[in-house]
Ligand binder design. Structure first.
Ligand code: V1S
Ligand code: CA
Ligand code: ZN
Length: 379
């Protein structure tokens, strides 16, 4: 057709399990799987479901999870429950630590839904049946080989990337969650077929890793990129580092597929986050990657102000479909309509907080350092 390439349609696969919203980490815990259901209801109310392949992911089996995690840890997750947690952790095992990762009812099923979605998304991309695959229940980037961390138990991202590596020579992982993507970075730290790039708040902030000194080891040296940021990042300052760094990566690394973790805690007003991105500033990352015409997986992640998480991921679903300019800014009626008071609009606006990245030239330094690191692997 005569449409410019950025406007052309893509085959989009959207993975959703109607049970996912029913799991709960417990009263007072900031992570709320219900946000996935609120997002889905809004996507449905905007009439986007008929425009994509809506698929229920196959739940991942324990064996599938051992592609990354240890047998002992996966076996523990299949057995643990609120009742047995103490007993199982008592005998010297420290799989779940502290109150970040409670042993909630249905924990293993929740993990197999989240991981199943990312594995299925990778298979759908690799088969060529989809250009973009979405799993908002995925993106749990802190989970380690033998340990849960930061609300994450199973690293669906690592499992999805391992699936992509069966078909593709090189995979790029980009993480725009406000927290460092430590679990994914660690999993591929010595690997030159996976480049990881995390943008995150750094300095007195969970999990505490992700400086620009950490760039990979052995064969993987130079293939881990970290972009440590300070409080108050705006759309403009984020874009001024995201675009040149990602453009340089695409140039020097030439990935055959991209996985984008779309953690929504980098939005302005998030309960745990400290950035100042608007919905459109965040979604610009999705638009930028869609334009590149490289197979793309979109995953969820953090995001603790539920109404804004639902707005963002709904808008990013529209971006995947290329219909974001046709979408009505006033929210359609939906099951959770009253949650979106008082404006009932598809928007997340910024606030007047200071952008500490603009104070002492730190943003410029971070950008230059990342670009210099990438120049070293260019040959
Ligand atoms: N920030 C933060 C935060 N808040 C909590 C928390 C609060 C209430 C609860 F009932 C349970 C936990 N934990 C943390 C952080 C973990 C943040 C994880 C982000 C995950 C992601 O968005 O990147 C991806 C899904 N944990 C900590 O700061 C650790 C503690 C050190 C302090 C807080 N206490 C509750 C646990 C130990
Ligand atoms: Ca991040
Ligand atoms: Zn986060």
């Amino acid at each position: 057709s005569s449409l410019p390439i950025t406007m052309s349609k893509r085959k989009v696969a959207y993975y959703y399990d109607p049970d996912v919203g029913s799991y709960t980490y417990g009263l007072g815990h900031p992570m709320k799987p219900h946000r996935i259901r609120v997002t889905h209801d809004l996507v449905a109310a905007y009439d986007m479901l008929p425009k994509m392949h809506v698929l229920r992911p196959k739940r991942a089996s324990p064996e599938m999870l051992t592609a990354f995690h240890t047998d002992e840890y996966v076996h523990f997750l299949t057995r643990v429950s609120p009742e047995t947690a103490e007993e199982l952790t008592y005998h010297g095992t420290r799989f779940l630590v502290g109150d970040d990762n409670p042993a909630f009812e249905g924990l293993f099923e929740f993990c197999s839904i989240s991981a199943g979605g990312s594995i299925c998304a990778a298979q759908r991309i690799a088969s060529g049946a989809a250009d973009i695959a979405i799993n908002w229940a995925g993106g749990l980037h802190h989970a380690k080989k033998r340990e849960a961390s930061g609300f994450c138990y199973i690293n669906d991202i690592v499992l999805g990337i391992l699936e992509l590596l069966r078909s593709y020579p090189r995979v790029l992982y980009i993480d725009i969650d406000c927290h460092h993507g430590d679990g994914v970075e660690e999993a591929f730290y010595t690997n030159d077929r996976v480049m990881t790039c995390s943008f995150h708040k750094f300095g007195e902030y969970f999990p505490g890793t992700g400086t620009q000194e950490d760039k990979g080891r052995g064969k993987g040296r130079g293939y881990a990129i970290n972009v440590p940021l300070k409080d108050g990042v705006t759309d403009e300052s984020f874009r001024s580092v995201f675009e040149p760094v990602i453009a340089k990566i695409l140039d020097v690394f030439q990935p055959s597929a991209v996985v984008l973790q779309c953690g929504a805690d980098s939005l302005s007003g998030d309960k745990l986050g400290c950035f100042n991105l608007t919905m459109k500033g965040h979604a610009h990352c999705v638009q930028f990657l869609r334009q590149q015409n490289i197979p793309l997986i979109l995953l969820g992640g953090g995001g603790y102000t539920v109404k804004n998480v639902a707005r963002l991921w709904t808008y990013e679903t529209a971006c995947a479909l290329g219909i974001e300019n046709d979408i009505e800014p006033s929210l359609p009626w939906n099951e959770y309509f009253e949650w979106f008071a008082p404006r009932y609009r598809l928007e997340v606006v910024g606030n007047n907080m200071d952008d500490l990245n603009m104070k002492d030239g730190s943003l410029d330094r971070v950008r230059v350092t990342a670009l210099e690191q990438l120049q070293e692997i260019a040959h």
